[in-house]
Design a protein around this ligand. Structure first.
Ligand SMILES: O=c1ccn([C@@H]2O[C@H](COP(=O)(O)OP(=O)(O)O[C@H]3O[C@H](CO)[C@@H](O)[C@H](O)[C@H]3O)[C@@H](O)[C@H]2O)c(=O)[nH]1
Ligand SMILES: [Mn+2]
Length: 873
């Protein structure tokens, strides 16, 4: 990266340009810098500030062919439709009409998917420029405050080890320690989480200075210790080995304490309960270490202490550190690590469990985020917030700074509402069977959007401008520069005056650390955490994270874009954040069910992209339409996939979806081939592998056969019959390692109705292949029919190849041996064929064969695999 190379040293931190390379991935043969010499007229108070990021576009030698191919395919599909209209089928008109509708939809949705990718843009944060600004010390050079939000809900389904690693990585981030604060929202309200934070706060006293002293990366201990040796970047290489050994031992002990929290708390509670209750009558409370009742949920649920019914809790676990650096102790016998040259301060850490009451819809994650927004406003009120799911950790300690390069840039910074990082995952099986990495979405689709109005918000790893979440207008749509006006009336925020009073400070990007007197502050915090607080306000609608939808993320980002804000995509190397992904088939399918269901809910709501005002750029509107309406394709897809049934059960002779059939097949092959070629060029500029692309195709097909139809059904039930929409079912995370084998989840089969439709589609296609083979054996094909049938067969096989990962998934342990699957499929086809031959023989011995044995197949499943789009499923 050219700009970073100019700066070679940076004193207050571990960062060095060589170490943190921004992700141009050495792909200079793809990306070229955009000449931005003419940006001096950009807004911003001082014209002298250097830009904080560099923009890259795809080289002409790749971009032009890419666009040309897209244009060529557009022409091809138009020609295809024109041809089909000129050759209407007289027999089977209904089938012709339906397939025509399907093809038009697939063509249209392809256009929706493809257009927003016409101008991919990469932006590379210039950490050196930011550091420079900081060094030249004026107040404008100081880094702004950041509030970090982490959500968790269950210490088992979201293993607590992930959450503590996430928090530790945040506490150890390379950011001025008095300028950021970490908030954990525990929707389960469990004492286990609370005490885990007590342990984290203690262990951080060792972990954080250790990270600073030796500049280790990544700063989540679990990942750090799992890593092989790496280049040393700290200043005291000689001490690393012994320090590391020591910290590792402490970490192992820390983990044991975390693991045993369930049992220690239970034992303690049992002891207290016995002491209090005499025998075993009375309620079995869960007790805190100080001998009081835990106000959250209890092991044995009781009135006011159960899931969905408990008091709000907020506890500052680590209070805000002073502004002066504080050096640690030199090594001593009790403390073998020498921290005498290391700032040992820790950032603020706050535990939150919001109040839960029956009768309230707590709005899942979105509700938790909004509570954190208010609580943090009262406590630290940073102008920027960044949020993580409990299973995501900071993998690159420079991540906050990178995001701020976009927020503080003088060209677009002020109009940027959020900076989204890609989601990257550990613990996905090596061949990524269920497309968890979603590379096509993160490395192609979002770079395309980056060239329009910005990437969509995808739920985690995203930094926001606080006032944008409050519903403010972006400066470029606010000519008078009137912050107050931009925020509208205070009534929309609820009744807490202290909260409302924090808003102007957030707007002027001042951070304020609470200095309210303790009890008044507590009362206020309780008020903004209460279930009733949001009644009659705009929270969840015009303010904060959006409610009443299974996917709060896309719609929340959309609300910002439609206000005229823009967003930025920030990919860096090493990855900024990493998380976990479900590698169990059923779990994964429920995840995409939530996403596709949520998308449709959005499309059929007030937040439909087609209804947005003029501030939403046309291409952004196309992209959001694509992102929300894609599951509709499933309706047509199901029909196509089941077409073999029509032939299997059809009573008349010739039967074609389109005549002349060979020409139809030729067109189909051409438009599908073109999509694959376009895909290959996309692979090139996005830096994907063929496997990434192929998995994406496969998983689209898997989703389209079972999940998307279910999502469509849900939305119909919801809209027409008024039932509830898709539930936010927490995605259970696997716990790596442990007693179980690696990737054990991959081989667990959890049966669910969601699997059934795809199984049916597979069976139908297997049957079609078998029946065709059987008929060939008995010599039932004329030469012309045979040509048509083989074309049909190609599609049957194609469907099966696409559904291959699904087939492996439902085979459980057998799926470890793909040849077993292959044998099984061949055997199934053979069995059908044999059955066909047998029936034929029996009937031939009697009278004439019935007409259904005489069917002739046209194309069976017509596979528009890639005519489409989608959000990252
Ligand atoms: O009542 C709830 C339910 C969930 N969560 C949190 O929400 C996050 C995401 O839930 P998860 O089940 O892990 O969803 P994923 O399928 O992994 O999430 C993806 O999709 C979601 C939207 O559907 C986004 O919110 C996520 O950020 C994105 O990673 C987790 O941190 C949970 O702790 C809560 O705080 N409260
Ligand atoms: Mn997740």
């Amino acid at each position: 990266m050219s700009a970073a190379a100019a700066v070679t040293s940076w004193t207050n931190g571990c960062w060095s340009p060589a170490a943190t390379r921004v992700n141009d991935g050495g792909k200079d043969d793809v990306w070229v810098a955009v000449d931005e010499a003419d940006v001096s007229g950009a807004r911003g108070s001082d014209g002298v500030r250097p830009p904080l990021f560099q923009t890259y576009k795809v080289k002409g030698s790749i971009l032009h062919p890419y666009r040309f191919l897209i244009l060529a395919r557009l022409i091809a599909i138009v020609a295809f439709f024109a041809w089909r209209v000129r050759h209407k089928n007289r027999d089977g008109a209904w089938l012709w009409t339906m397939s025509m509708a399907g093809d038009v939809w697939f063509g249209f949705s392809w256009v929706l998917n493809q257009l927003p990718k016409l101008n991919p843009i990469k932006r590379v944060a210039d950490l050196a420029a930011l550091a420079d600004r900081q060094q030249h010390g004026t107040s404008s050079g100081e880094l702004p405050g950041v509030d970090v939000f982490v959500t968790t809900v269950d210490p088992v389904d979201e293993p607590i080890l992930y959450t503590v690693n996430s928090i530790l990585s945040i506490l150890a981030a390379d950011y001025p320690v008095d300028r950021y604060a970490c908030y954990l929202s525990d929707d389960g309200g469990t004492l286990v989480h609370y005490e885990a934070m007590v342990e984290v706060a203690k262990f951080a006293e060792l972990w954080v200075p250790f990270c600073r002293k030796h500049c280790v990366e990544p700063r989540a201990p679990e990942s750090y210790f799992a890593m092989k040796t790496q280049a040393y970047r700290g200043g005291v290489a000689g001490e690393l080995m012994s320090d590391r050994r020591r910290v590792r031992r402490e970490y192992e002990e820390f983990k044991v304490r975390i693991d045993s929290l369930f049992s220690t708390i239970r034992k303690r509670s049992d002891a207290y309960n016995r002491a209090k209750n005499g025998k075993d009558d009375g309620e079995n409370a869960t007790w805190m270490a100080d001998g009081t009742h835990w106000p959250g949920t209890w092991f044995e649920p009781a009135e006011n202490h159960r899931k969905g019914q408990h008091a709000g809790i907020v506890q500052v676990m680590l209070s805000h550190p002073g502004e002066e650096p504080q050096l640690g102790m030199p090594a001593s016998s009790g403390h073998p690590l020498d921290f005498s040259a290391v700032d040992v301060r820790l950032p603020m850490l706050v535990y939150i469990a919001r109040e839960k009451r029956p009768g309230y819809d707590h709005q899942k994650k979105a509700g938790a985020m909004n509570v954190m927004l208010r609580v943090s406003a009262l406590l630290s009120n940073a102008p920027f917030v960044i949020n993580f799911d409990g299973d995501h950790y900071i993998n690159n300690s420079q991540a906050f700074r990178a995001a701020l390069c976009f927020m503080l840039d003088r060209r677009h910074g002020d109009d940027t509402a959020f900076v989204q990082f890609p989601q990257r995952f550990d613990d996905v099986d090596p061949t990524d069977r269920y497309c968890n990495h979603n590379r096509v979405f993160f490395d192609a689709t979002l770079l395309g959007l980056n060239g329009v109005q910005g990437p969509s918000y995808v739920g985690t790893g995203c930094m926001f401008r606080r006032v944008a979440l409050y519903g403010a207008d972006p400066p470029r749509w606010r000519p008078e520069d009137d912050d107050a006006k931009a925020l509208g009336c205070p009534g929309r925020y609820g009744n807490s005056m202290p909260f409302i009073n924090t808003i102007p400070a957030a707007a002027s990007q001042e951070r304020s650390i609470a200095s309210l007197d303790e009890t008044a502050a507590m009362a206020e915090l309780e008020e903004v955490m209460a279930c009733a607080y949001e009644d009659g306000t705009e929270w969840g609608d015009g303010v904060g994270w959006v409610y009443d939808i299974a996917t709060e993320d896309v719609v929340t980002g959309f609300r910002l874009h439609r206000k005229g804000w823009r967003s930025m995509y920030c990919d860096m190397e090493p990855d900024a954040f990493r998380g976990t992904a479900p590698i169990n088939l059923t779990e994964r399918l429920y995840q995409i069910l939530r996403w596709s269901g949520g998308s449709l809910e959005m499309f059929f709501s007030r937040n439909c992209p087609l209804l947005a005002g003029r501030r939403l750029r046309p291409m952004q509107r196309v992209a959001y339409t694509n992102m929300t309406a894609y599951p509709v394709s499933a309706l047509f897809m199901v029909v196509y996939d089941l077409l073999p049934v029509i032939w299997l059960s059809h009573h008349h002779g010739e039967f074609h979806i389109q005549k002349p059939f060979p020409m139809y097949v030729a067109y189909l092959v051409a438009v599908i081939a073109m999509i694959e070629v376009i895909g290959l060029v996309e692979i090139r500029w996005a830096g994907l592998t063929l496997l990434d692309w192929w998995r994406n195709e496969q998983f689209y097909m898997i989703g389209a056969t079972g999940v998307y139809p279910a999502a469509v059904l849900h939305i119909v039930l919801k809209r027409v019959l008024g039932l509830k929409g898709v539930r936010f079912k927490l995605t259970a995370k696997q716990l790596a390692g442990g007693a179980r084998e690696r990737f054990a989840e991959l081989y667990d089969v959890h049966w669910s109705p969601l699997l059934a439709p795809t199984v049916v589609v597979m069976a139908v296609n297997v049957a079609a292949i078998g029946a065709a083979a059987g008929k060939a054996v008995v010599g039932g094909w004329t030469a012309a029919q045979l040509a048509g049938a083989s074309a049909g067969l190609v599609f049957n096989v194609w469907v099966l190849v696409l559904l291959y990962p699904f087939a492996l998934g439902i085979m459980g342990r057998w799926g470890k041996r793909p040849c077993a699957l292959f044998a099984l499929l061949v055997a199934a086809c053979a069995a059908v064929a044999a059955g066909f031959v047998a029936v034929h023989a029996v009937l031939a011995a009697g009278s004439a064969a019935p007409s259904w044995l005489g069917w002739s197949r046209g194309a069976t499943a017509i596979l528009p695999s890639s005519w489409r789009l989608k959000r990252g499923f």
